[in-house]
Design a protein around this ligand. Structure first.
Ligand SMILES: [Zn+2]
Length: 320
């Protein structure tokens, strides 16, 4: 019988909530901006928007099998606690305890990239691949790791911080305090920062020409300029491909996965500009044993990938 799950994808900029069936059908969905004002306000908003979603959909609370929340990392899995999250700007926040209290029943809390990896593993086209990595390239960069068909969280839940793999020791300063992390060089935030620097030096005119008046240029404008053949845009994308390629080749050599799935707003926005060049980079740089049968692809689950993970986290009893 189909079960229903309430899933919430909490991000630094938006809160996506949904009611999803175990058959993969999404019955209702809502999207809100993440409010400013700290964790209390954000947690209150999540609880209120979940109640509103139930009411608007006409689904009774008793019909929901479970509630799962995806939160940015680092996340202590046993405690369900966000710890020093640069994307949320939070210190230690007991998300699991606080939301269970607000929602009147136990909730599952998992790191967003882990949840996405579960979504891909249970609802994506590569679900037979028991060694699967999911990588999000969005405002930040992170990974979820499936090994032998199980989610790999590490000792305390801290595994998968792929965005903080250093790929250039002399590179730009990262929010985490180190230099040359992948996230500081190839994420949406890093792209916007580099475009600002170029504009400050009077460069990147072709990219600015693709930017609506009053808007700050970002990944979308970069992609538009590159598709028109703008050389500066192509050069910046080639650097992003190189950094992602270094990181992904490192992962392929470290973990020898069957499939690496790429998602997130930047990846899905730039898609063709990144996917094939990254595949080619990895083919040139990873060991033959690790690259020969390696599949690298974009997710087919789009923005809803984390919601699919929420269903898996609640309904698949062997999720470990
Ligand atoms: Zn970092």
């Amino acid at each position: 019988m189909r079960e229903l799950v309430l899933g919430v994808d909490l991000g630094g900029t938006k809160i996506l909530s949904g009611i999803i069936g175990t058959d993969g059908g999404i019955l209702a969905k809502s999207r809100l901006l993440t409010p400013a004002g700290g964790p209390e306000r954000v947690l209150d908003t999540i609880a209120a928007s979940a109640a509103q979603l139930l009411q608007a959909s006409g689904i009774r609370e008793q019909e929901i099998t479970g509630i799962a929340i995806a939160a940015p990392g680092p996340l202590d899995f046993a405690e369900g606690m966000v710890r020093d999250s640069p994307n949320l700007g939070w210190g230690r926040v007991k998300v699991k305890e606080e939301l269970s209290r607000r929602m009147g029943r136990p909730v599952i809390v998992e790191k967003d990239t882990n949840m996405a990896a579960l979504g891909e593993y249970y609802y994506g086209p590569y679900s037979k691949c028991r060694e699967l990595l999911y990588i999000t390239v969005s405002t930040g960069i992170g990974a979820g790791i499936i090994i032998g068909g199980n989610l790999y969280r590490g000792r305390a839940g801290g595994a998968g911080e792929f965005g903080h793999m250093v790929v250039d020791a002399q590179g730009a300063l990262c929010n985490c305090g180190r230099r040359g992390c992948l996230e500081a060089l190839a994420s949406g935030n890093a792209i916007s920062r580099q475009l600002d620097e170029m504009a400050g030096q009077g460069r990147g005119q072709g990219i600015l020409a693709c930017t609506p008046a009053g808007k700050r240029p970002g990944p979308r404008e970069l992609a538009a300029a590159a598709r028109q053949g703008d050389e500066e845009a192509e050069l910046l994308i080639a650097r992003i491909v190189q950094y992602l390629g270094i990181g992904i080749a490192n992962l392929a050599n470290l973990l020898n996965p069957e499939v690496i799935i790429l998602g997130g707003g930047v990846m899905l926005g730039l898609r063709d500009l990144l996917l094939q060049p990254v595949r080619e980079y990895v083919q040139r740089h990873a060991f033959a044993l690790n690259r020969e049968d390696l599949i690298i692809d974009c997710t087919a689950l789009g923005d809803d990938i984390v919601l699919y993970g929420c269903v898996a986290a609640v309904s698949i009893k062997d999720v470990k």
